[in-house]
Design a binder for this molecule. Structure first.
Ligand SMILES: C[S@@+](CC[C@H](N)C(=O)[O-])C[C@H]1O[C@@H](n2cnc3c(N)ncnc32)[C@H](O)[C@@H]1O
Length: 362
């Protein structure tokens, strides 16, 4: 069994199911953070389980996860959705997985998160770009599960900066009153707690193009892992759910992003990965000159209100057959161009600030 050992952890070239059964003690792990192979239609090199076999395949791993997790520990699974072959409808496999984990194995769902990848390309092209009958699928689910309703956790570790409107409110006050929603807004909202409590929507681009890992793979002639998640994703949960010295396990380690994050945060870690080439590439993450930065990122993303273009768009009639027939390109090119930017008026900005402010209370 080939393995690579660092100060805080190890990546082992092995099947994680066998490894857990043979080498991981009961209730010894603080956090299992992982992104298993998804039930994708377009298969990756490392292989993907078909969506109708997925839940059964996963159950054997999940039973071991339950056994090795501490009662205070957490299991966080990053999982993308999938489509039914040949038709524009979604598979239910990840919902079925969640139901199995909670109903059959008795995990508790502490919370579900959504990872929005702002750089995700529009897919599947046939439904999204060609027939224009679905929108871009740019969000993965993350299921945060635990053996009890009380896994250790703290949201103070993952605060975000206050919005301008919230800073204004902290400085200038708010008249305490009952909201139309029935919530009683007290003057406690005026307290500066060092940052805003984030929502369960994580905006993290997956655009690594110039990292130490990629340069290392190139130098060594190794094919980089084709489905890496950005370091900020495990980092969020490692910070929120573990303390220094805790033990983190990633059973589907891939290029060992989880290990790299844990190493930099002084958490002990174990990653398992079956493909030797990915393990060889992962070593590059721990070279002395490596750092775990995922590159420059904007501090925030702007999400337009879904109504931002409604007054400017033309209303072509909808395909009566639901898009069953492929559209024929128009002779003179494509359909009438739609405006590509939202109106730049100050009122709109002011309105969106208000919406943010209101959403803090409703
Ligand atoms: C979605 S990828 C994980 C990518 C990883 N999070 C990263 O950022 O590099 C899933 C990985 O699980 C590995 N894998 C699949 N079955 C496995 C098993 N039984 N034991 C260990 N690794 C496995 C695959 O080879 C693949 O590299």
């Amino acid at each position: 069994m080939d393995e690579f050992v660092t100060e805080y952890g190890r990546i082992i070239n092995t099947d994680s199911l066998t490894y857990m059964r043979s080498s991981v003690a009961d209730e010894s792990i603080d956090l299992i953070f992982t992104s298993p192979p998804f039930a994708l239609l377009r298969k990756k090199d490392y292989g993907n389980v078909a969506e109708d076999e997925y839940v059964d395949w996963f159950e054997a791993f999940a039973r071991e996860f339950y056994r090795i997790l501490k009662p205070s520990g957490s299991l966080v699974i990053d999982i993308g959705g999938s489509w039914i072959p040949g038709q524009p409808t979604r598979s239910l496999y990840h919902f079925e997985l969640l139901i199995m984990l909670c109903r059959k194995l008795e995990f508790h769902l502490a919370q579900e998160f959504y990872w929005w990848n702002p750089s995700k390309l529009p897919t599947p092209a046939e439904w999204v770009n060609v027939r224009r009958i679905r929108v871009k699928d740019a969000v993965n689910s993350l299921f945060w599960l635990a053996k009890t309703p009380w896994p250790k956790a703290g949201n103070r570790r993952v605060l975000t900066p206050y919005s301008d409107s919230m800073l204004d409110l902290i400085e200038n006050g708010y008249q305490a009153k009952r909201r139309p929603s029935g919530h009683d807004i007290s003057d406690k909202f005026q307290r500066n707690n060092g940052g805003a409590i984030p929502p369960n929507l994580l905006a993290i681009p997956n655009t690594e193009s110039n990292s130490h890992y990629l340069r290392y793979c190139k130098e060594q002639g190794i094919k980089p892992h084709p489905a890496r998640f950005p370091a900020r994703l495990p980092e969020y949960f490692v910070r929120m759910l573990t303390d220094e010295g805790d033990l983190v396990f990633d059973p589907f380690g891939g290029s060992c992003v989880t290990g790299e994050v844990c190493e930099s945060l002084k958490r002990c870690w174990i990653c398992c990965e079956t493909v030797p080439e990915y393990v060889a590439g992962a070593k590059g993450r721990f070279a002395p000159s490596a750092n775990s930065s995922s590159g420059a990122e904007p501090g925030y993303y702007k999400i337009y209100s879904s109504s931002a273009l409604w007054n400017e768009a033309t209303e072509d009639s909808l395909p009566a057959d639901g898009g069953r027939t492929r559209p024929v390109p128009k002779q003179n090119g494509s359909a009438a161009p739609l405006p590509t930017t939202a109106p730049k008026d100050k009122k709109a900005k002011h309105k969106s600030d208000k919406i943010i402010q209101r959403s803090l209370f409703d």
